[in-house]
Write a protein that binds this ligand. Sequence first.
Ligand code: ZN
Ligand code: ZN
Length: 154
Amino acid sequence: MNPMKELTTWRAACYCGAASLSCRAAPRGFMHCHCGQCRRLSGGAFSSWLSLPGEAVQIQGQAALREFAPTANGRRFFCGHCGSHLYTLDSRMPEIIGVPAGAVLGPEAGGPAVDAWPCASGHYFCSDGAPWVALPEDGLPRRGGVDGMSPLPD
Ligand SMILES: [Zn+2]
Ligand SMILES: [Zn+2]
């Protein structure tokens, strides 16, 4: 492991900048989700999620945030001004804050360098993926089925 990764500051912000978060600890995971919830939430073909350790995350601009709880487990926080999704909490994984990777700032704005990003663990919920876009040929594992997590044949 590269010890420099531990020193990277992860920063994410909404479109208008009213709300943001920062984390000075290594991500616990990185994955791509192709489920229908993520598609509607983001408006994109799929969502890339960074899992940050919750105890190391600081939220700025909390007053700008609104909450949407689509399920008994999930609480999604988005900016009340611009609508950007900033993070999600899941009561089944209380130690983790899920951050849409597209909200993460680049190094020019104090975010991580490209080589600080972990390799994504795979594409999940591929069976529910948008029919109008092809999965990237990136060599990552593809998972799907009823639970979204079952290995799929190549
Ligand atoms: Zn905003
Ligand atoms: Zn999803």
